[in-house]
Design a protein around this ligand. Structure first.
Ligand code: ZN
Length: 423
């Protein structure tokens, strides 16, 4: 057993912290959380190695509720990967991305769409080959209409029965939840419409819940976000509140209040167009931008403002938000995306103490994995970060470069005591 003496523990519950305590880990799990005095007695009867992190803050590992492991996040299009890469290359990319996120503190993640079951393959390899990696939840392919958003991922289905069958096929292949594209999105060349009729949408929600799967629905319009708040899905992805012409947000109190009262979690993927904005900005500043680049710049800046406004409006009405980075998509990489999202959310007025909870236990609840992870409590997985800076002052600053990352009791990163890692 290993014992960690820490300056302060944030256990993942909203606002909860404990000063000068010792967290004991036994194998993969948290064994005890003790005061310094209690530990003095405990160590007489138990064989434990005490590690002195008394200058460090401890919190649970981060949970990213929206990633795409099949895409590198360096502006390569998913369409290109789907056409040009072999399944083997995609699986290796997916594992590399998962590890990059883990080294930066993300100990659990939910893949919201990959092709040929790449995320499920990585999840299985980590479990079956007993290799270190984050916990991964995967939808397999996201459901979309023929020619709809992310159609190249293999989830096309039309009509209630095709949708039900597609959900059953994904579950058979190992999917942990259902992801459905409710509206258009960033896929090249698709029309700006809703993806499914109400009949199809209701069939998907019904089928997912019949099969005890959670359903996450992508929404880039107010119309869909409002509809989903009435139907009652498990998570709304992006949760934007503008019409499809992106003119301005429809900041409807009832929609946000409904999301809050029904406990519908929202992920805002708040940095998903920031990379594109900075790429276009560089072109404009060096006089290399075409007219269409300039137009694209303006529409991306506008969309970025709309996402931030939607987030602030919903947060202020107590919508339970969690963190979803869209890592993989466009320029959202697996190294800094979590930090980038928290940085922007803090600037938007989110409190660090709430962001700690949203990044950990609330995220775990949204994904239905809170009995195993998301907080540092007895018998949960030892998914842990140790940080030099106090995350309650600024979570972004604290997690920018985590000093120690522990996944199921194994050190993945250890820059505090310079321990030798055995993997
Ligand atoms: Zn996405």
């Amino acid at each position: 057993m290993k014992a960690f003496k820490v300056k302060r523990l944030y256990d993942g519950n909203l606002g909860a912290y404990f000063d000068n305590c010792v967290v004991v880990i036994n194998g993969e799990h948290v064994e005890e959380i003790l005061s310094l005095n209690e530990f003095e007695t405990y160590k007489i009867y138990n064989n434990v190695d005490l590690l002195d992190y008394s200058q460090y803050y401890m919190m649970p590992g981060l949970i990213d509720c929206h990633v795409h492991l099949m895409i590198p996040g360096n502006n390569t299009l998913g369409e290109y990967i789907a056409n040009e890469w072999s399944d083997g290359e995609i699986n290796i990319m997916a594992y590399r991305n998962a590890m990059e996120a883990l080294r930066n503190g993300v100990t659990s993640m939910r893949d919201c769409g990959s092709i040929n079951y790449a995320a499920i393959n990585v999840r299985k390899a980590i479990a079956n080959q007993n290799i270190i990696g984050p916990d991964i939840l995967s939808c397999g392919a996201p459901l979309t209409c023929t020619g709809g958003h992310c159609h190249y991922m293999g989830g096309e289905a039309d009509g209630p029965w095709e949708i039900r069958k597609k959900i059953r096929q994904q579950q058979k292949a190992g999917a942990d939840f259902v992801k459905l594209m409710g509206t258009y999105g960033g896929t090249i060349g698709i029309t700006k419409t809703l993806t499914f009729s109400d009949e199809e949408l209701m069939a998907a929600v019904d089928e997912a819940h019949l099969r005890e799967l959670k359903i996450a629905v992508h929404s880039c319009t107010f119309e869909m976000t409002d509809k989903l708040s009435k139907i009652g899905v498990d998570t709304i992805e992006h949760a934007v509140m503008c019409p499809s012409d992106c003119s301005k947000n429809i900041l409807d109190e009832e929609t946000a209040n409904r999301m809050a009262s029904k406990n519908i979690y929202a992920t805002y993927t708040i940095c998903c167009v920031k990379g594109e904005i900075s790429r276009l900005e560089k072109l404009i500043n060096s006089n290399l931008a075409t007219e269409s680049d300039k137009k694209a710049y303006e529409s991306n800046v506008n969309y970025d403002n709309l996402i931030n406004e939607s987030f602030i409006f919903q947060m202020e009405r107590n919508v339970p938000y969690v963190i979803g980075t869209d890592a993989g998509w466009r320029a959202a990489d697996f190294k800094s995306s979590f930090y980038d999202n928290i940085y922007v959310m803090e600037k938007d007025g989110a409190k660090s103490i709430d962001l700690i909870h949203a990044s950990t236990l609330r995220g775990a609840k949204a994904l239905g994995i809170d009995s195993k992870t998301g907080s540092i409590e007895k018998s949960k997985y030892a998914d842990i970060l140790l940080l030099k800076k106090d995350p309650a002052d600024s979570l972004a600053e604290a997690i920018k470069k985590p000093d120690v990352v522990i996944k199921k009791g194994n050190f993945v990163v250890e820059k505090a005591l310079n321990l030798t890692l055995n993997y």
